[in-house]
Design a protein around this ligand. Structure first.
Ligand code: CTP
Length: 401
């Protein structure tokens, strides 16, 4: 399904080198059937000509002068009202700051304050500017207001340095817009909490016990759930993956932190999908200082204590729980036992060796009524879409019960 067809996208272009990618964003939007209205800041016009965008979009380009070439222009209010989605790409540090603070001294700021449409930003700046606490604070402020962001990516920056701050590729911007517009999907209005990645249980300030989970399954589920229209909270252990566009992300390290985050995020949730590889044990003591060989001697005895079982302990009357079982032996027996003891509606069983850390997975889906569906090895993104489809069916069944 093409989510963009017939939609009005207001594309705000702010001024940085990455502005050279904005015409490609506009072009892809137009090719997908969207009506594209471009706003350029004064700085953006130092990098790209308005003519480029009017040529691509066949529409007037709106500039900070508030006077576009079209006589029908009725100001930022109509732009804000017409938009199905406002996309700011690239979003420079200055534009991000303006949006966070609600400063309306340019047309992008005015539209952002006036619109009720979802807003997506694609940050682009030098790495130090991106990591600066000011920028990070602004990004958090925007995220808390449900402004979605995509990127930035790691790569070559305008300075010639390599680092984080590069605007994502135009195709990724389009995917993020599609995900936002797809909120009419099977999980529309449903709140889903998804966990991903490993947990890390500290031994001392520099060492931890962890596992090989990459987080790919959980992140793919978050993407699929956003695409199906859900409100998604992703509770993630440490991973090397980019946060999915359109989801609220809570980063945790330990199983206890994950439990606290899941417990609070599920208060008003419909679905919990536990894809995280939670450590079952943690060191009884975590040293506040680095363990030194001289003090520890030739061997160390580690005493481990049990972590809480998150999936089993978070239980609410209307919460539909979905778990994973990665096993090396007796796959179906173990999966069935976990389904029952943790009160799950569905469990996805797979071979631990073949799935953990991999981009692909085969799976057997076991439902609470013990119906079984086997899926062949496929990319985790595809498996995620299957799981989300089955999850949507569970929500529909609950609502019709
Ligand atoms: N899980 C959890 N909290 C834990 C351990 C596991 O919420 N402390 C969740 C996992 O995210 C998964 C499901 O429970 O969805 C099954 O996890 P798994 O590690 O396969 O099983 P365990 O219940 O830990 O049992 P065992 O390790 O003995 O196989």
């Amino acid at each position: 399904m093409n989510e963009l067809h017939g939609k009005t996208i207001v594309l705000g272009v702010s001024g940085g080198i990455a502005a050279f990618k904005a015409p490609a964003v506009a072009s892809l939007l137009v090719q997908s059937g969207a009506r594209v209205l471009v706003i350029m800041t004064a700085a953006a016009r130092q990098f790209v000509q308005p003519l480029t965008f009017s040529g691509i979009t066949h529409n007037s380009v709106y500039t900070d002068a508030f006077v576009p070439s079209s006589p029908t222009f009725s100001g930022h209010v109509s732009l804000a009202a017409d938009a199905d989605c406002v996309v700011v790409a690239p979003a420079t540090a200055a534009t991000i700051a303006r949006l966070a603070l609600g400063i309306s001294d340019d047309l992008i700021g005015l539209v952002a304050l006036s619109t009720r449409a979802p807003i997506l930003i694609a940050p682009a700046m030098e790495e130090r500017m991106y990591h600066h606490p000011a920028t990070q604070d602004h990004l958090r402020t925007l995220a808390s207001r449900n402004v979605r962001s995509v990127g930035p990516a790691v790569g070559r920056l305008a300075s010639g340095d390599h680092g984080e701050g590069r605007m994502v590729e135009p195709t990724e911007v389009i995917q993020a817009v599609e995900a936002i517009l797809a909120r009419s999907g099977a999980l529309r209005g449903v709140k889903v909490v998804i966990t991903a990645g490993p947990t890390q249980e500290p031994l001392d300030p520099v060492r931890f016990l962890g596992n090989r989970s990459s987080g790919r399954m959980g992140y793919a589920l978050a993407d699929a759930a956003v695409a199906a229209g859900a409100r998604v909270t992703l509770v993630t252990g440490p991973t090397a993956l980019h946060p999915p566009a359109g989801a609220d992300v809570i980063a945790v390290k330990t199983a206890s932190e994950m439990l606290a985050a899941v417990d609070s995020a599920t208060r008003d949730a419909d679905l919990l999908i536990m894809a995280a590889a939670v450590a079952d044990y943690r060191p009884e003591e975590s040293q506040s200082r680095k363990i030194k060989k001289e003090n520890a001697g030739g061997s160390i005895n580690l005493r481990l204590v049990r972590n809480p079982d998150i999936l089993a302990s978070v239980d609410r009357p209307d919460l539909i729980k979905i778990g994973f079982a990665a096993e090396t032996d007796d796959l179906m027996e173990n999966a069935a036992r976990k389904l029952q003891t943790k009160h799950l509606a569905m469990i996805i069983a797979n071979d631990a060796d073949a799935t953990i850390g991999s981009t692909h997975s085969a799976a057997t889906i076991l439902m609470a009524d013990y119906t079984v569906r086997s899926l062949p090895r496929m990319p985790k993104t595809q498996l995620a879409a299957e799981i989300v489809k089955a999850a949507a069916q569970l929500v529909a069944n609950r609502d019709h019960a």
